[in-house]
Design a binder for this molecule. Sequence first.
Ligand code: ADP
Ligand code: MG
Length: 355
Amino acid sequence: MIDRDAVIAVLDAISDPRTGQGIVASGLAKGLTVTSDRAGFVIEVAPGDTALYAPVRDAAEAALKAMPGMTRVSVVLSAEAVPAPARRGASLSPAAVEQGRPKAPVPTDRPAHVRRVLAIASGKGGVGKSTVAVNLACALSARGLSVGILDADVYGPSLPTMLGLSGKPGYEDGAMVPHEAHGLKAMSVGLLTQATDAMVWRGPMASQAITQMLTQTRWGTSEAPLDVLVVDLPPGTGDVQLTLIQKTPLDGVVIVSTPQEVALADARRAHTLFEKVGVPTLGLIENMSGDIFGRGGARAEAERLGVAFLGELPLDASLREGGDAGRPTTLAVPEGVVARCFAAVAARVSEALKL
Ligand SMILES: Nc1ncnc2c1ncn2[C@@H]1O[C@H](COP(=O)(O)OP(=O)(O)O)[C@@H](O)[C@H]1O
Ligand SMILES: [Mg+2]
């Protein structure tokens, strides 16, 4: 039997690098759940702090796993979306959108030779948005479609790691040439700049860079158009997201959430934002679904919102390992639970996008 106080003592032996206090005492460990043989919690940090706290997550996971009788441990590191920066420019503020102002005009800068643009969004970071984007792109590609993936997550571009990409994109006849990885055409904001400071990507510059990657990249040609471009959007519902959503010609969005109520509330806000600008939510995916964080929350939320529930993705160590190694699990273990889940999601998304 695992004792809750013993779990807290183990966690408080690990210190929060910001405060120096134990991670429970400092309030860093949120939503601690302890059952007879399992434990899990969430570490929620500012977007710039994920690298600082990744070792804390790893240490907590290792320490809990070492407790006798512990069969399963889950520590999720989640980044809050950045509050909207002060900004000039003409785009609507989220508040204005909430008040039901007119819908944004249909963007005119559709990328050439791209049949559909599919966005992957989430209310907050760390919920598995990029994991879903990459694996869903692979599953769509496995259906015989020609697929591109654009990492537009200015707060934490993760495609370079998840697909094993490096180096700037090529440049030919006035257009950027995307990288090729695992049969996908890929571009990432993370490959365009050496700057590690997310600040440079705030506001108009971020949306300009992303519009450029969308429209000035040779995703397809007239002989060989791209069937679908999967866009990994920044998490949250701030101004950067809004500008992007308005400027990007999206045919549909898939929203990723973990089962906890806080994450679901953010997923709901994301859905509302897309709805207001006229982008259809193709459905919700529940990630890190399981008995530690609960399960079924996203399914119930999808029902409440009147959108499709696309499936649940279990907590699966191979997903993190595959991501870190640049080898998507869907391809590495094509008969596994994860690959089957994404194959089903890909089938539904293809149908919804008429691919
Ligand atoms: N179902 C899962 N099981 C285990 N680890 C996961 C799962 N989904 C995501 N992860 C891991 O959690 C971390 C955050 O996921 P990521 O896809 O980068 O989130 P986001 O793009 O929303 O910030 C990554 O290390 C990833 O490998
Ligand atoms: Mg990401």
